[in-house]
Design a protein. Structure first.
Length: 161
């Protein structure tokens, strides 16, 4: 995705807004458009980073789900979607079969039905699915990843250029 295209659109919109203004106003708008291009790129990158973080956070509910990150190369932004292989997902949040605790959980029938479908979809037992989900949630909490709007792939700050 080329940010220059979107920054040019922003400049075109500013020019259209001031098209009927006097010459001085149009000159000021043109100067501000040129000077504000770097700031506009940063605002776009910030919005895209926030969106990628929200998408990743929503996807993290399922074990082995993909993550979305942004990579900036000049004026181009690349969206990277990383998907853990089934072996990686199992290694991170697997059921080692060495259960040392038993817990009884009461839940609404609708959640139980959704749980059964999720486990079937992933090809694992309900117990394994729950252990993976809990392990993933606890590892995100321990690493601080559960805090809203914090993404280790997110870059913020100002760029001079």
């Amino acid at each position: 995705m080329d940010l220059d295209h979107h920054v040019r659109q922003w400049g075109d919109q500013l020019a259209a807004v001031t098209a009927l203004a006097d010459d001085r106003t149009r000159d000021i708008t043109a100067a501000l458009t040129g000077a504000g291009a770097a700031a506009a790129r940063l605002v776009l990158l910030e919005a895209l980073s926030e969106a990628a973080g929200e998408v990743t956070e929503a996807l993290l509910d399922a074990p082995g789900s993909p993550t979305v990150s942004l990579r900036l190369d000049g004026s181009r932004v690349f969206l990277d979607v990383s998907v853990a292989t089934p072996a990686e997902a199992a290694a991170v949040a697997g059921d080692d079969g060495d259960a040392s605790a038993r817990v009884t959980v009461r839940m609404p029938e609708r959640i139980k039905t959704d749980l059964d479908h999720a486990a079937d979809r992933d090809g694992v037992s309900v117990n394994t699915w729950i252990v993976r989900a809990l392990t993933g949630a606890l590892s995100r909490t321990a690493s601080g990843a559960s805090a809203p709007r914090h993404n280790p792939h997110r870059i913020t700050g100002w760029i001079n250029g």
